[in-house]
Write a protein that binds this ligand. Structure first.
Ligand code: G6P
Length: 563
């Protein structure tokens, strides 16, 4: 899920590429590299984060260049495997995001070429080299014909004043500036005010400083550049994005609430829908299933996007897919949609994303840009929209809006207990396991809370339906084992008692204190939404106390564009 960026203009390329690449780091951060063209190709690669490229920017001259931040798939993390990759002559440089699935076969075909890395990506440089005598554009078309898998890539060739970029199944955008143009995996990487042309599958863009030409099937096509306001309020900060994004929740929930959902409610009322999503968005869908059932009596099925293909045979022909994704670029989600060949309604945060573009109807999450790898404010907004949709389906939208009208204040109330949560993190920081339990609405919350703890603090955490603990996992509870209980009904207290009786250390997330609790975080308002906020803060503080960067959890990336 690497991030790629290209620049061509009158300004020195390296600092501009560096700035853009920093904003793409959420896509991968194990190694990085940059190549510029100016009397020869100049190349620098580093293992580690993008910032490690900074000291070398002055050694990269020229006003045209490409850069890459990597999340390794093929070939270990090393300087050699970092992008850009060169062809044999050293005159063609490429950066790539995705997986060239037939790279072995292509390497066979390219016998005689000197491969310097273990990556699948390097074949692109050599494929272009093979056909360069037929012209750069033709060489890229020919290379694309042979490549299978998923790819977005940028090619830079010494002596040519343009970049060539193409895509299939992973995102790529052309950015139009004044006397300068860009290409990148995400609009976020462009300077503010840049107009954008999203590339679709098999499109190729020839990008020079004055012009952009787009080709499909070898023929020129006209595409309109458009302004994008979504990223306007993105600011670079010194601290952690995860923290900033949790703290933005009171504002972002208001944006989720203040939108017209009538058309979405009509669509959901008239159609059978199958919810599909990955990761945190999947947990939001599990919550949606409960909300729709309890509030509107509507049954929906929920599928993990990566498992959806196994259920395809039982999906009714006229059912709609309801795809839920913060990024709108998750490969598993897009693949499930392709397989389903059914109409799509989606709930998406990034309005320019592939999912938003291919959906028949889009509900916007309106959470604003989310950069921290762990989904926080986007999850809360998903829950807000699902709650309103459920009330809307029941014909009681007004009641739903009333229920949530104080949500910003109720989230602020959790923030007011942050010091208590931080001290709790101090107590838990050296634990090996944390269990979370909840019933009904709180079951998805316990799954999501566990995911947050795992990805940010690397402590093993597991969420359970409270009643299930006694069917096996209770065997793991010993004196002092932390158990976070979401207490929103009487029944869960039976399960809390079972844990307590075996020496478990009970952390109650609840409306009011109970004598069973060893620790207590108070929650007000609509419990399925507000009760997750303490878990987000707890995970953040656990991660920081244990010395990890919560914005860049090891082995992970925010936008997962490989299957
Ligand atoms: C990645 C992220 C998760 C996210 C999941 C789904 O794995 O690290 O935080 O929940 O993708 O992302 P989406 O953009 O589809 O909601």
């Amino acid at each position: 899920m690497c991030g790629i960026i290209g620049y061509v203009g009158d300004r020195r390329a390296s600092p501009i590429l560096f700035k853009g690449l920093k904003k793409l780091e959420y896509r991968g951060y194990d190694s990085a590299g940059m190549a510029t063209s100016g009397s020869g190709i100049h190349l620098k690669k580093v293992v580690g984060e993008v910032k490690k490229l900074k000291p070398f920017l002055s050694s990269l001259p020229g006003t045209i260049g490409i850069a890459h931040t990597r999340w390794a798939t093929h070939g270990k993390v090393s300087e050699r495997n970092a992008h850009p990759h060169l062809d044999c002559s050293g005159k063609i440089a490429i950066v790539h995001n995705g997986i060239i699935e037939n790279h072995e076969e292509l390497k066979e075909r390219l016998k005689g070429h000197e491969f310097r890395s273990e990556t699948d990506s390097e074949v692109i440089a050599h494929l272009v080299e093979e056909n360069l005598s037929r012209g750069p554009l033709k060489a890229v078309f020919e290379a694309m014909k042979l490549m299978r898998g998923s790819f977005s890539f940028i090619v830079m060739i010494e002596g040519f004043p343009f970049l060539i970029a193409g895509r299939k199944d992973t995102p790529l955008y052309v950015g139009i500036g004044e006397g300068e143009n860009f290409v990148a995996s995400d609009v976020l990487a462009f300077p503010k005010g840049t107009k954008v042309i999203p590339l679709e599958d098999y499109e190729v863009a020839l990008v020079s400083k004055e012009s952009v030409a787009i080709y499909r099937d070898g023929k020129r096509v006209k595409k309109q550049a458009r302004s994008v306001s979504f990223f306007e309020d993105f600011e670079e900060i010194e601290g952690h994005y995860m923290y900033k994004e949790i703290k933005e929740e009171p504002k972002s929930v208001s944006r989720a609430m203040n939108q017209d959902l009538s058309e979405a409610i009509r669509i959901l009322r008239e159609n059978e829908v199958c919810l599909i999503a990955s990761g945190t968005s999947y947990h939001a869908c599990l919550m949606a299933k409960l909300l729709f059932s309890k509030i509107a009596g509507k049954k929906v099925e929920v599928y993990l996007a990566s498992e959806f293909s196994h259920f395809l045979d039982s999906i009714p022909k006229d059912a709609m897919i309801f795809a839920v994704s913060q990024s709108g670029e998750t490969a598993d989600v897009l693949e499930a949609i392709k397989l389903a060949k059914r109409k799509v309604i989606s709930l998406v945060n990034v309005p320019t994303s592939t999912l938003a573009r291919i959906s028949d109807y889009v509900i916007h999450l309106n959470a604003g840009p989310e950069v921290g790898v762990a989904a926080t404010k986007s999850y809360v907004n998903q829950l807000v929209i699902f709650t309103l949709l459920a009330y809307g389906l029941a014909g009681k939208l007004g009641e739903g809006r009333k229920l949530l009208q104080d949500l910003p204040k109720e989230i602020e109330f959790i923030f007011s207990q942050e010091e208590k949560i931080r001290m709790l993190a101090e107590k838990l920081r050296d634990k090996e396991h944390i269990f979370l339990i909840g019933r009904g609405y709180s079951y998805p919350s316990s799954l999501e809370g566990a995911l947050k703890i795992k990805e940010i603090s690397y402590i093993h955490a597991e969420g359970f339906a409270g009643g299930e603990l006694k069917h096996g996992t209770l065997a793991l509870i010993e004196k002092g084992t932390p158990c976070i209980a979401f207490v929103d009904d009487e029944e869960i207290l039976n399960n809390v008692n079972e844990v307590k009786a075996r020496g478990g250390y009970i952390i109650g997330i609840a409306g009011r204190h109970n004598e069973l609790f060893d620790e207590f975080i108070a929650v007000k308002g609509f419990f399925p939404i507000t009760s997750i906020v303490p878990l987000q803060l707890l995970s953040y503080h656990l991660g920081v106390l244990r010395g990890y960067n919560p914005d860049k959890p090891r082995n992970l990336a925010k936008s997962v564009t490989v299957k």
